[in-house]
Design a protein around this ligand. Structure first.
Ligand code: SF4
Length: 179
């Protein structure tokens, strides 16, 4: 199975907690004004890569805490993203997703799409919602605009509603960056 890929970033510390391998998928229908990755919008851009080759790449990354799948829009390539995510989780790495869809929108889609359901079930955190230029806030950890949330996926699925991930350290960091 192939994934259309825009690129990847080893040793990222800005795409989720800890040291992460960030994978940027190609193609995004949201087209948010002010998006930092406009080159990832065209679904015909980037290049196709076999999921197995991506797994080899991940296997060769030592010292990472997890993998972030960003974009582009990962949930618009749900089938290969689900296949990739299952392999990542099988290696004991946590997964952070970025999506222009909200948790509620993805949950609704997941009722008719098993791959989207699998992604929600296997992920650790979801940075959800489109980037809104008027709400841009450079002090937010891992998010670009105030509407975006850091969703705790296992807890949200258990409670049947979006639950934000707010560890005490995050609160402290955010207050420090604001002051
Ligand atoms: S969802 Fe993300 S990648 Fe897509 S246009 Fe918006 S900010 Fe850019």
């Amino acid at each position: 199975m192939n994934l259309r890929l825009a690129g990847f970033q080893p040793d990222s510390i800005v795409d989720g907690p800890g040291i992460r391998l960030s994978i940027f998928v190609q193609g995004c229908s949201h087209r948010c004004p002010g998006c930092h990755n406009p080159e990832t919008h065209d679904p015909r851009g980037g290049s196709e890569i076999n999921v197995g080759r991506l797994i080899d790449l991940i296997s060769n990354c030592s010292g990472i805490d997890g993998v972030t799948i960003s974009g582009g829009e990962p949930f618009e390539q749900a089938a290969p993203a689900a296949s990739l995510s299952a392999e990542i989780a099988g290696r004991g790495l946590n997964i952070v997703f970025y999506s222009g869809y909200t948790f509620e929108e993805l949950w609704a889609k997941s009722l008719n799409d098993q791959d989207i359901r699998s992604l929600l079930e296997i992920g650790w955190l979801l940075v959800d919602g489109p980037f809104i230029l008027n709400e841009q806030d450079l002090t937010l950890p891992y998010c670009g605009s105030n509407n975006q949330r850091l969703i705790d996926l296992p807890l949200s699925l258990r409670e049947g509603k979006a639950v934000e991930w707010r560890p005490l350290l995050m609160e402290y960091l955010h207050r420090s960056w604001k002051s």
